[in-house]
Write a protein that binds this ligand. Structure first.
Ligand code: SF4
Ligand code: SF4
Length: 407
């Protein structure tokens, strides 16, 4: 007789998933339609059906070192086709928030940053800190004369305050990613593989946003995420050029150069792409709200922070050009507060997916699971019929597509 397995539910974990946007969790009756329609899951041991039952039962330990919740790209094809109206795409998003707590230390900051009760606090703390530091530097106020932002926050002030904030965010993220990697190796019994080749392949996949291309219902997520991703790269290049001009070439303020210079070109193209990407993301959320849900606070906080960074940067520049000092400097201050927030909350907010999804995608290759999938089923993409879905009551599993996955 087989040994009995004792299930030890962690009710706090279940409550946490529900509170983070996974309220549809209990509707799941394990039909596996979601797993069948998901075009992102590996064929071997696929998701998200198994994650739904683990989360229902509060099996928190199952998510320790589990790459699958991070392989999900939240396209919500599964949510669209669930015959019970459960939203596995959103539930996996809520589980991801719970697993960030396991890895990004201190975990209490994940709760603080992602709890809507505390949103005034998470804006007020960076605002007060920057106001105090600017006051100490003697520049907190509206300077006389032509609008020049370096009179308000000098380039050396920006470097002195923002570089440590970015280093903090990246360092916490990398430490969390290392713990996650070790747990994935242990949980999956994989202790060797081609790390260099896996990293290279992952970087190529991320650069081309290949997984997003397989989204069906939210196909526009490819464009919006692509724009936001490359806008960050463009803005990073503009910042690096700023450092080059100031610290290496000794120029006082490269940001006042003409619009044809690389620093301005990368800065403005990045800002326009960022605004366009965020607007598309918001549009996608509202357009599919009925079927997929409008998203959780965890999702909207990141959209809000990035959107405010983009909009305040753009408006500050407009006010500077128009010479409206009483508006230009306060808007610029808001811009600085949100950039600072973006950096320090990086490993605690949804943006932590940079580290954990990257690691999970790499592990899929490193462990050989992806190559195994390619041999088993070369044409991984499931064609999703446009007219079926929850309204019809017919599941994709019932429609005979289940042979593509091997649970
Ligand atoms: S399709 Fe819905 S009901 Fe079926 S297993 Fe997935 S989440 Fe559960
Ligand atoms: S949201 Fe998309 S990627 Fe995630 S499990 Fe559902 S279908 Fe798969």
């Amino acid at each position: 007789m087989a040994d009995a397995t004792v299930v030890k539910p962690d009710l706090d974990f279940v409550k946490g998933v529900i509170a983070a946007g996974g309220e549809s969790l209990k509707k799941c009756y394990q039909c596996a339609t979601c797993t069948v329609v998901c075009n992102v899951t590996p064929d071997k041991n696929p998701f998200p059906r198994k994650e739904m039952v683990w989360a229902q039962w509060g099996l928190k330990e199952k998510f320790k070192g589990n790459p699958d919740v991070w392989l999900c790209h939240q396209c919500n094809d599964c949510s669209s086709y669930c015959p019970r109206g459960a939203k596995p795409g959103e539930v996996l998003g809520a589980i991801r928030k719970q697993t960030i707590k396991q890895y990004s230390a201190p975990g209490v900051l994940v709760d603080l940053v992602n709890n809507k009760k505390f949103w005034p606090l998470i804006v007020a703390v960076p605002a007060v800190l920057l106001a105090v530091l600017l006051s100490a530097a003697g520049t907190f106020g509206i300077p006389e004369g032509e609008v020049i932002f370096s009179k308000f926050a000098s380039t050396h002030f920006i470097q002195f305050v923002f570089t440590p904030a970015l280093i903090f965010g990246v360092a916490v993220g990398i430490l969390g990613m290392k713990k996650f990697w070790a747990d994935m190796k242990q949980a999956n019994g994989v202790y060797s593989g081609d790390l260099k080749g896996s990293v290279t392949e992952t970087l190529k996949e991320v650069a081309g946003h290949q997984k997003f291309k397989s989204c069906g219902v939210s196909a526009d997520r490819f464009t919006s995420h692509f724009l936001v991703f490359y806008s960050f790269i463009a803005l990073g290049i503009a910042t690096a050029l700023g450092v080059l001009y100031i610290d290496i070439l000794g120029m006082e303020s490269p940001f006042r150069l003409g619009y044809g210079t690389p620093v301005k070109l990368f800065g403005n193209i990045g800002a326009i792409a960022l605004i366009a990407g965020i607007l598309l993301m918001m549009n996608s959320r509202f357009k599919n709200a009925e079927k997929l849900g409008v998203g959780s606070y965890f999702d909207w906080l990141l959209i809000g922070i990035i959107g405010t960074v983009a909009l305040s940067g753009f408006l500050a520049q407009l006010m500077r050009i128009a010479g409206v000092a009483p508006l230009a400097y306060p808007i610029y201050f808001i811009h600085l507060v949100f950039v600072f927030s973006l950096f320090i909350y990086l490993p605690f907010s949804k943006l932590a997916h940079i580290f954990y999804r990257g690691a999970a995608m790499c592990f899929l290759k490193y462990s050989g699971r992806e190559a195994e999938q390619a041999v088993v089923q070369p044409e991984a993409k499931t064609e999703i019929p446009a007219a079926s879905g929850p309204e019809t009551g017919e599941s994709a599993g019932e429609a005979g597509q289940a042979e593509t996955k091997q649970e």
